[in-house]
Write a protein that binds this ligand. Structure first.
Ligand SMILES: NC(=O)c1ccc[n+]([C@@H]2O[C@H](COP(=O)([O-])OP(=O)(O)OC[C@H]3O[C@@H](n4cnc5c(N)ncnc54)[C@H](O)[C@@H]3O)[C@@H](O)[C@H]2O)c1
Length: 279
């Protein structure tokens, strides 16, 4: 208590190393670029051919080192090798982000196949577990580090007709808590960021399958109290914050980035007796 106050260090990743899965698109790409802008060198793993390399090229333009890897984030050998290669190329990892995620086929529990369930759990849950385990190996030795998992508002609540996805995103909340406790005395933090609807290629692809995609997007925006859906930068900002040294006191948390929708159960509508008031 008697230690002198230090000036607020600010949000910086200067000379830090970040590792990110799913960094070839959407939230992952924006996070990789945001971390690079804040000073980090970044390793990017993605299974879509060329997408990690494209992110790495953008990072190098920012003036930071970048390293691209192509492979399946749900595969044990791939993730072990990706961490080993990153350590050799960029040095010890300060922040690991598990962003690779899939929606699966969608559908209610009574129509969900074991194949779809296992595919979604394999990428979203096993992939995140592997990032935590492999990141922890180096971080425990150094007694510092941060790990961020991408859950969802579908992890904090459930969405009708998205059974496998909701189960997987809910599992990540307790994965983060359990890992946070196991790593707490090594001063390694583990947290979840939980976005609501975010305008990424994943969402754009789904909307493109609908005859009225624009109207669906507008109705999503209308239902969020801030009057808009989230942008990849909104989510990247939260990840950059919770993964940084200024958030060292936060672990085992689930942080919603949801434009206020988690604060309401009524889609931000006035109760009828208020809505019918004159004036
Ligand atoms: N977009 C949203 O509305 C939203 C909302 C909540 C949570 N999320 C979560 O955020 C994360 C990123 O979503 P996004 O919208 O940016 O998606 P996106 O599809 O734009 O990007 C995901 C990236 O992950 C990669 N990927 C998927 N599975 C992989 C695997 N097994 N191995 C390696 N790479 C893999 C894809 O190739 C893609 O480049 C996901 O975990 C998603 O569940 C998204």
């Amino acid at each position: 208590m008697s230690a002198p106050r230090q000036a607020f260090p600010g949000l910086s990743y200067r000379d830090r190393v970040a590792f990110i899965t799913g960094g070839g698109s959407g939230i992952g790409r924006e996070t990789a670029l945001t971390l690079a802008e804040l000073g980090a060198d970044v390793a990017v793993l993605d299974w879509t051919a060329g997408s990690a390399e494209e992110t790495a090229r953008e990072i190098r333009k920012i003036g930071r080192k970048a390293f691209a890897l192509q492979g399946d984030a749900g595969d044990e050998r791939t993730v072990i090798e990706a961490f080993a290669t990153t350590r050799k190329a960029l040095g010890e990892i300060d922040l690991a982000v598990a962003c690779a995620g899939v929606l699966g086929d969608g559908g209610p529990v009574f129509e969900t196949s074991v194949a779809d369930f296992e595919q979604v759990m394999g990428v979203n849950v096993r992939g995140s577990f592997l990032v935590v385990r492999e990141a922890a190996k180096g971080m425990r030795k150094r007694k510092s580090g941060a790990i961020v998992l991408l859950s969802s508002l579908d992890g904090l609540q459930a969405e009708h007709g998205m059974f496998s996805y909701c189960v997987s995103k809910g599992a990540l909340l307790n994965l983060a808590r359990a890992a946070a406790l196991d790593l707490a005395r090594d001063r390694v933090t583990v947290n979840c960021v939980c976005p609501s609807v975010t305008h990424t290629p994943l969402l754009a692809g789904r909307l493109a399958t609908l005859p009225n995609g624009d109207a669906v997007l507008a109705s999503y925006a209308e239902r969020h109290p801030l009057g808009r859906v989230l942008t990849p930068r909104d989510i990247a900002s939260a990840i950059a914050f919770v993964g940084s040294s200024i958030a060292n006191g936060i672990t085992g948390a689930a942080i919603p980035v949801d434009a206020g929708i988690g604060a309401t159960w009524d889609n931000f509508r006035d109760p009828p007796w208020v809505a019918s008031r004159p004036g």
